[in-house]
Design a protein around this ligand. Structure first.
Ligand code: FE
Length: 234
């Protein structure tokens, strides 16, 4: 079985928010899809260990914000690699309260969909929640929605271990003849690779900056881990 076949499935990138009574959380998901048109129904697969899972299970409602290509990695990292039990992920993020009472993330969102849970399926590590759509709208008609392929190829994004589409990656083989170049460093928390040739555009770090020369307070653009959480490649 060649699981690379799964990479040929097209996905998008979404922020899922849920909660009630002033307690809310959000997370990144790529597994959202429309199930039926009439009545309008969508589904999302959520890891049972995620804080958002607790919120959806208890409040029976959730919102989906469809992210644009230009979404900075810091925002994806905030919702995808941090835990809502540790930080308020919605702090400083633009939202609006939807019909369900759930804050809908509007920052970098091309559209949103709000749904009430009408069914669920236990899938072992994950639950698929089926949601009857109660509201939806386009927020930025001209912006391109981000595909999961774009997130990986262009943004250099990773899948967290609790994503339904996570696969263990095999590290690249070192070149037979090592070439003299500034070392790349890997974040031990989320797998982000700091490549000196690319720098960190979201963090205003110019291309060509060596890892050693990054400011001491520089943090991983994906998960917010400090420099001490990085391991030299090779
Ligand atoms: Fe990281």
């Amino acid at each position: 079985m060649n699981k690379s076949a799964f990479y040929k499935i097209s996905y998008g990138l979404y922020v899922i928010t849920s909660g009630k009574e002033g307690r809310f959380n959000g997370q990144i998901a790529n597994t959202v899809f429309q199930v039926t048109s009439e009545p309008p129904t969508i589904a999302v697969s959520i890891n049972k260990q995620n804080f958002t899972h607790e919120h959806i299970a208890a409040s029976r409602r959730f919102a989906v914000s469809i992210l644009e290509e230009a979404t900075p990695m810091t925002m994806i990292g905030r919702f995808g690699f941090r835990c809502g039990r540790d930080i308020d992920k919605l702090e400083g993020i633009r939202t609006r309260i939807g019909k369900t009472g759930v804050p809908v993330v509007t920052d970098h969102a091309v559209a949103f969909i709000e749904a009430e849970v009408v069914g669920e399926m236990d899938c072992g590590t994950h639950t698929i929640f089926l949601g009857r759509v109660v509201d939806c709208d386009v927020l930025a008609a001209a912006a391109e929605p981000m595909t999961y392929a774009y997130y990986h190829a262009v943004k250099g994004g990773k899948s967290p271990k609790n994503a339904p589409t996570y696969q263990q990656e095999t590290p690249p083989k070192p070149a037979a003849t090592p070439v003299a170049r500034a070392a790349r460093y890997t974040c031990k928390v989320c797998g982000y690779i700091y490549d000196p040739e690319k720098g960190d555009p979201d963090g205003n770090v110019a291309a060509g900056t060596r890892f050693e020369d990054l400011p001491a307070d520089w943090v991983c653009p994906i998960c917010g881990a400090g420099k001490d959480q990085f391991k030299k490649e090779g």
